[in-house]
Design a protein around this ligand. Structure first.
Ligand code: GDP
Length: 332
């Protein structure tokens, strides 16, 4: 972001609170900026809008590429708009670090949803570490909430770390699956199953319908083998077709059922306050880490030490301690 594109603090706050999508986009760009001045302004804006955030249901959506995530989000999102909701779609895509592209980045995706004024779609910030991407996404989510969006759909691709990041910021985590792809649950990492609140078998249409229903039974049985959760929720399995628009109402009913149950037993609020606490620690680590690694002197010393460390003539442990001590003494 260029320096001269920064708006006055009040303009961001008023614009966001009045649901101005242009200002919302500019506020997210401000949050994504790596310039220190932008970051400080972003922090003030975040502080001021915080009391207006939180009034949404936050849904994480994951699944392997090709499972139909963007088709599902478009159809599901459209359905929610028809029910009177305002939907924001955000993404966490660690692969965008390398490719500088990102999921949701392609404008042709989710065309129907993105052209609707009641929806807001924002691609994953590119060229960042996962820690950076998830920090920005979390803030973007709060900004969207303050702008009046009441359903957050946070998409990620099926690669471990990014799922953990999404799980850490949502109320409900949904795993999209296919029937007949690798049978049973073997192909999916156990950790992801333990994280998800629902499995939704997509593409349950045409020749696939029967096998999707069969898979639903198999998955439901397999899920019973997992230990009961602290919040008393048993992950559910649904089938849907994102192209024929079947099963989507059931998915929404399930999410609402979850929300009601968790609100009643206190876990909805507990989960969010635990997430806030974790966010503090994650952000401390993020600030320390990015400050450290972006420091020119640290960069220089690391570059000088690497050959010796690679050659095994110096201990990485000793160098690490010296570097951290040097950083603390000189810069903190
Ligand atoms: P993503 O990579 O997970 O975002 O998957 P996409 O949404 O791009 O979908 C991958 C392909 O699957 C596309 O060709 C979609 O048209 C197709 N697809 C998505 N959902 C469905 C569905 O419910 N039924 C059928 N038959 N095809 C689908």
């Amino acid at each position: 972001m260029k320096k001269n594109t920064r708006l006055p603090e009040e303009t961001y706050i008023k614009g966001i609170l009045s649901g101005d999508r242009v200002v919302l986009s500019r506020a997210i760009t401000l949050v994504e900026s790596t310039l220190e001045e932008d970051q400080r302004l972003a922090e003030t804006v975040m502080e001021k809008i915080l009391p207006y955030s939180g009034r949404s249901v936050r849904v994480g959506i994951t699944g392997v590429p090709g499972v139909g995530k963007s088709t599902f989000i478009e159809s599901f999102g459209k359905k929610l708009l028809d029910k009177g909701h305002k939907v924001a779609v955000l993404a966490i895509d660690p692969s965008s670090q390398k490719s500088h592209g990102s999921i949701l980045g392609d404008k042709t995706r989710m065309e129907r949803l993105s052209s609707d004024k009641r929806a807001y779609i924002r691609p994953s910030p590119a060229g960042e570490t996962l820690g950076g991407v998830s920090a920005r996404t979390r803030e973007a989510m709060l900004l969207c909430e303050a702008a009046g969006f009441d359903v957050m759909l946070i998409e990620t691709v099926g690669v471990g770390q990014s799922e953990i990041a999404v799980k850490g910021m949502v109320d409900f985590f949904l795993l999209l699956m296919l029937s007949g792809a690798g049978d049973e649950l073997q192909g999916i990492k156990k950790g992801i199953i333990e994280m998800c609140d629902a499995m939704v078998i997509n593409k349950a249409d045409g020749d696939n319908l029967e096998s999707a229903k069969r898979a639903k039974r198999e998955y439901a049985n397999a899920l019973h083998l997992f230990p009961t959760r602290e919040n008393g929720w048993y992950p559910k399995v649904e089938v849907c077709s994102s192209t024929e628009l079947t099963g989507l109402d059931e998915v929404w009913e399930m999410i609402q059922g979850y929300r009601e149950k968790m609100t009643y037993n206190g876990f909805f609020a507990k989960n969010r306050s635990d997430q806030n606490e974790n966010w503090l620690h994650e952000h401390i680590v993020y600030l320390l880490k990015s400050g450290f690694y972006n420091n020119p002197e640290i960069k220089r010393i690391i570059a000088e030490s690497v050959p010796e460390i690679k050659a095994g003539t110096t201990s990485p442990v000793a160098i690490a301690r010296t570097l951290v001590q040097f950083y603390v003494d000189k810069f903190i």
